[in-house]
Design a protein around this ligand. Structure first.
Ligand code: KIV
Ligand code: ZN
Length: 499
């Protein structure tokens, strides 16, 4: 192992994908996995095979589709989980089983009703069992962030002796302070016999906004793998963002640590994950937010125009943002569209591209310029074509001094239905008309409208959460007409209902 090399373990498809409403299907996961391979990640955590047939299948298919990165499958410290992981990883060229158990007193007592000694026995048994099938076994000490260091060192020493090759120290609840997390890693480096036989990995959650700082503290104290997700997606406040760690290490030559990440692929990768997961990236998000390189104050603009380094520490081109990108209009040809899609990490067969080009032209006729976000929205709309409930037409009459009225036509698995309704606004009227056809109890919990860039001709994006029979479903719609986008987001939720 090279001393200054940091291994990037991407868990967008496992920990990142646990976000409610952001689940991807297998085809989408393969698309993300291939893009991660091109980005240069070392390990892709592809799923938790025992958790569902869908997850199992995704690990199998990603194993077949990806060549260079190690494919990792999660398991609890339980034989049947490990068996499922082994089976799912069958086709992986390089494979790793990620097994583990909670080690904090809180987990030992309340989750397992067990003792510290018994937890070590279970951990050792799981690692030995997994090592019979694969050369790379990673052990996670869940809630290590709140585990007493002395006991954690005993666990780590025992699992390394049992054959673990990577040791993951998760700050599962995102509780640690950077100095505390850094000294935890240092404690393990200094006190665990045989620590040189394994790589220590960080896995930090962002509940207190410290995931990146904690990961850096871990790396500065001897960890050489970090577990990260694109855009920092993940349960609750998310995981450490891959792009932040990659760029910190690139910008800070003084640290003398490096990764294999091709940073110029970061922006397209970020957009792909955001689009597929329907998770908008906050505008001021470090590295990948749309304002990350936008200088608006006069003082900054003046400085940047005189000498870019006055206010800019990263060249946008280094993260794949190219201001001179090809501008797509109704006069652009197939080649320009294909080039732009590929820059965004989207590859299409020629047939699919032909069909997509027609959709692109329709949008280009409505807008002067079609930008990258518009394209990502269109790719998402294509996916909606296979849905059971489709919007055939929508007509709304609204204006000052009149009650809005909407008529809607829906296609329910080939059968046509129509309804009209009023509401306290045009969106409300349109949703009420849909409800007249889909007679279920549905409550809109959240409704956000976001227009993508600037100008009244822009495509608007709508994110919606609808509660139905105790579950919350997440939907997305995009259209130059914001009322249509809202109805599409509502229908997207309906298409996801479990029953
Ligand atoms: O946060 C965590 O503890 C995890 C483990 C399962 C690795 O995601
Ligand atoms: Zn986690």
């Amino acid at each position: 192992m090279e001393k200054n090399r940091v291994y990037i373990f991407d868990t967008t498809l496992r920990d990142g994908e646990q976000v409610p409403g952001c689940q991807l299907n297998t085809v989408e996961k393969i698309q993300v996995a291939k893009a991660l391979e091109e980005l240069g990640v070392d390990v892709i955590e592809a799923g938790f095979p025992i958790s569902s047939p869908g997850d199992f299948n995704s690990v199998v298919e990603i194993s077949k589709a990806v060549t260079w990165p190690t494919i990792c499958a999660l398991s609890r410290a339980v034989q049947k989980d490990i068996d499922a992981a082994v089976e799912a990883l069958k086709y992986a060229k390089r494979k790793r089983i990620h097994t583990g158990i909670g080690t904090s007193d809180s987990h030992i007592r309340y989750k397992f009703n067990s003792t510290r000694e018994e937890i070590i026995e279970r951990a050792v048994r799981a690692v030995k069992y997994a090592r019979q099938f694969v050369d790379e076994v990673e052990f996670y000490a869940e809630d290590a962030g709140r585990t007493e260091n002395e006991y954690l060192a005993q666990v780590v020493e025992a699992v390394i002796k049992a054959g673990a090759t990577v040791i993951n120290i998760p700050d599962t609840t995102g509780y640690c302070l950077p100095a505390e997390y850094g000294s935890k890693i240092k404690y393990l480096m200094d006190h665990v016999d045989g620590i040189d036989n394994a790589i220590i990995s960080t896995h930090c959650h962002n509940d207190l906004g410290m995931a990146t700082a904690n990961t850096m503290a871990g790396l500065l104290n001897g960890a050489r793998q970090c577990e990260v997700t694109i855009n920092g997606v993940g349960e609750r406040a998310g995981n450490t963002a891959l792009e932040e760690i990659a760029m910190i290490l690139k910008c800070h030559n003084d640290i003398e640590l490096h990764t294999n990440i091709n940073t110029t692929k970061i922006a397209p990768m970020s957009r792909m994950v955001s689009s597929l997961m329907n998770m908008p990236v906050q505008a001021n998000k470090a590295i990948v937010g749309r304002n990350a390189f936008a200088h608006s104050s006069g003082i900054h603009q003046d400085g940047v125009l005189k000498e870019v380094s006055t206010y800019e520490i990263i060249d946008p081109k280094d993260v794949g943002i190219d201001d001179n990108s090809i501008i797509l209009t109704a006069r652009s040809g197939h080649a320009a569209l294909k080039f732009r899609l590929e820059t965004l990490g989207i590859k299409m067969s020629e047939d699919k591209l032909d069909a997509f080009y027609k959709e692109f032209l329709k949008l280009a006729d409505q807008k002067k310029q079609v930008n990258d976000d518009d394209l990502l929205v269109l790719v998402g709309a294509e996916r909606a074509e296979t849905a059971h409930v489709k919007l055939d037409y929508l007509q709304v009459t609204a204006g000052k001094g009149m009650k809005p009225v909407a008529s809607v036509g829906l296609d329910l698995s080939g059968e046509k239905f129509e309804a009209a309704a009023t509401g306290n606004g045009p969106v409300d009227a349109a949703i009420n008309a849909v409800k007249c056809i889909i007679k279920r109890h549905m409550t809109i919990k959240e409704f956000t409208i976001q227009n993508i860039t600037k100008g009244s001709d822009d495509v608007g994006k709508v994110h919606m959460q609808v509660e139905h029979e105790g579950h919350v479903y997440y939907g997305f719609g995009a259209n130059t007409d914001i009322i249509t986008a809202s109805v599409e987001a509502f229908i997207d939720c309906i298409n996801k209902f479990k029953n």
